[in-house]
Write a protein that binds this ligand. Structure first.
Ligand code: LLP
Length: 455
C-alpha cells in the first residue's frame, strides 16, 4: 500500500477481529491490520508502511518501538480537517510519545503541543516548535517550571489551583511579564473509562471545580500580571463515546456565559484530549463524528478551539517488536518469555490493557494451524505482574518476532529501567525508509551517574 492511500481515523462499524475459545483469545492478525493503517501483511510477512518488520528487527534488534510517520500525520490531518471551519489549534499531548522525531514531524505539520513538565517543554523547543503554540497543563508546576515557560513565551498555562495562579502571578511580576492563563475546570463528568485515566470527576486531583471556577476567574482578573485567555478541561483518556465530551462542553459553555456577564471575555476554549482508539475490538467514535457532535456548539461560541489529543494521534502509528526467547509450556499454562517486558510496556500490567500481539510471519491456517496454543506473553522481570498479554492463541517458536500493536502511545514514554534493563530503541518509518530515532540504551549508561560509597 502506498502511503497516500493510508486511511485515516478509526472505524465506527466495528467488526470483531477476535474469536474467544475456552483456551483463550484469537486475534486474527490480517483482520486486525485491516483496521491499522500503518500495518499490513504482504506475502504473509508483516510490514509497516513499505518496510518489513523483519528488516527492522534484524537491523535494530529487539525490543524496538517502530512508528509510521504517515500514520501520525494522517490522524493529525484528520483533526485539522474536521475542525477546519473553526479557528483551532491541535495541541498534541507530548506525554503520549515524546520522541524528538515525533515532535518535529508534528511541529512541521503545524501542530501545537500540550505539555505537563519543564522537560516536555524543553523537548518541544528542541524539536523546533514555537513555545507560543504550547499549553502547559499539570497540577504541580514549580517556580522554576513557570519561570522557564514564561521566558520561552509559553502560549498558555492551564491553571489547576489558586495556589498555582498566585505563583504564576508572582513569577510573572518578577520577570516583568504578563502570564497567559486558562483555568482547567473540573466539570464532574464521568468519562466512563479506566479509573486511573479518568480525570474529570470531583474525586480526581485535577482542575478547579465547576462551582468555584467563576470566583477563581474573578480572583485571576484582579491579579496584576495575569492575562486571562481561555478555559480548559480534560476529562480522561481512551473515551470511546462522544457524550461525556458534549456534557463537559455544555458545562464550560455555561461558565463562559456567566464569565461574559461578569465582564470576563475569553479568546479560546480547550477541550483537552482523550479520544480513544481501537486496540482490538473497541469501537471509539471517529474524529469526524467527534467533530460533528461538537461543532455546532463550538461555532456558536466564536472562540478559538484547542484540543490536546495524544493517544489518538500516535497509538496506532506504532508497534513494539519483541523476540520470543523461551517457550515454557506447562501442564497448566504456557508461557512465552519475550525480550520486552513490563519495563518496556507497562499498560497491560498497570491498566489491564488488552493489546494485540501479532506474528511477524502469518501462520498458514490461522486459528486452525497445528501448534496453536494459548500463551501468556510475559517478560523476564521478577514480578508476576510482568505480562504483555494473557491467554492468546498463537503458534509460536523460539526466535519468532512478534509485534504488539497500539504501542505508539504511552509505550516508550512510560518505560523504565526496572531490573536494570536498558530501554528499547525507537525507529521511524516513512514509505520505504527507516531511521533510528533513539538508540537502545547501554547497560553501562544505567549506572554511569551512580557514585560508590566512600568510607
Ligand atoms: N491533556 C491532558 C491534560 C492530559 O492529562 C492528557 C492525558 C491528555 C491531554 C491526552 O490524552 P489522550 O488524548 O492521550 O487520551 N498512560 C495512560 C493514559 C494517561 C493519560 C493522561 N492524560 C494509558 O496508557 O492509557
Amino acid at each position: 500500500m502506498s502511503h497516500s492511500e493510508l486511511p485515516t481515523g478509526e472505524s465506527v462499524t466495528v467488526e470483531s477481529v477476535t474469536t474467544q475459545t475456552e483456551q483463550g483469545l484469537y486475534v486474527d492478525p490480517k483482520a486486525l491490520t485491516n483496521h491499522l493503517p500503518a500495518l499490513h501483511y504482504c506475502d504473509e510477512a508483516l510490514y509497516i508502511e513499505q518496510v518489513s518488520i523483519e528488516t527492522i528487527a534484524k537491523q535494530y534488534g529487539t525490543p524496538c518501538y517502530v512508528y509510521s510517520k504517515q500514520a501520525i500525520l494522517d490522524v493529525y490531518q484528520a483533526y485539522a480537517n474536521s475542525f477546519a471551519s473553526l479557528d483551532h489549534q491541535i495541541c498534541y499531548a507530548v506525554k503520549a510519545n515524546s520522541n524528538l522525531a515525533v515532535l518535529s514531524v508534528l511541529a512541521q505539520a503545524g501542530a501545537g503541543f500540550d505539555i505537563v513538565s519543564r522537560g516536555e517543554l524543553m523537548r518541544v523547543v528542541a524539536a523546533g516548535a514555537e513555545a507560543s503554540r504550547v499549553v502547559f497543563s499539570g497540577v504541580g508546576k514549580t517556580y522554576g517550571d513557570i519561570e522557564y515557560a514564561l521566558t520561552q513565551g509559553i502560549g498558555c498555562f492551564n491553571v489547576e489551583s489558586i495556589s498555582e495562579l498566585t505563583l504564576i502571578n508572582e513569577v510573572a511580576q518578577t520577570l516583568d511579564k504578563s502570564a497567559p492563563i486558562s483555568l482547567r475546570v473540573n466539570p464532574n463528568v464521568d468519562a466512563k473509562t479506566h479509573p486511573y485515566i479518568s480525570t474529570g470527576l470531583k474525586d480526581n486531583k485535577f482542575g478547579i471545580t465547576h462551582e468555584d471556577a467563576l470566583a477563581v476567574y474573578q480572583q485571576a482578573a484582579a491579579l496584576s500580571h495575569i492575562d486571562i485567555v481561555g478555559i480548559d478541561c480534560h476529562i480522561g483518556s481512551q473515551l470511546t463515546e462522544v457524550e461525556p465530551f458534549v456534557a463537559a462542553l455544555d458545562k464550560l459553555i455555561e461558565l463562559i456565559h456567566s464569565l461574559r456577564e461578569h465582564g470576563i471575555e475569553l479568546r479560546h476554549i480547550d477541550l483537552g484530549g482523550g479520544l480513544g482508539v481501537r486496540y482490538i475490538d473497541e469501537s471509539p467514535v471517529s474524529i469526524e463524528e467527534f467533530a460533528a457532535a461538537l461543532l455546532p456548539k463550538l461555532s456558536a461560541l466564536g472562540l478559538t478551539v484547542f484540543f490536546e489529543p495524544g493517544r489518538s494521534i500516535v497509538a496506532n502509528a506504532g508497534v513494539l517488536l519483541t523476540k520470543v526467547d523461551v517457550l515454557k509450556p506447562t501442564a497448566h499454562k504456557n508461557f512465552a518469555i519475550v525480550d520486552a517486558a513490563m519495563n518496556d510496556l507497562i499498560r497491560p500490567a498497570l491498566y489491564q490493557a488488552e493489546m494485540a500481539v501479532i506474528p511477524n510471519v502469518l501462520p498458514n491456517a490461522g486459528l486452525d494451524t497445528n501448534g496453536t496454543k494459548a500463551w501468556d506473553i510475559v517478560g523476564a522481570i521478577c514480578e508476576t505482574g510482568d505480562f504483555l498479554a494473557k491467554d492468546r492463541l498463537l503458534s509460536l517458536a523460539e526466535g519468532d518476532i512478534l509485534a504488539i500493536t497500539g504501542a505508539g502511545a504511552y509505550g516508550f514514554t512510560m518505560s523504565s529501567n526496572y531490573n536494570s534493563r536498558p530501554r528499547a530503541s525507537e525507529v521511524m518509518v516513512s514509505e520505504d525508509r527507516h531511521q533510528l530515532i533513539r538508540k537502545r540504551e547501554t547497560i553501562e549508561s544505567l549506572y554511569a551517574d551512580e557514585i560508590l560509597w566512600q568510607d
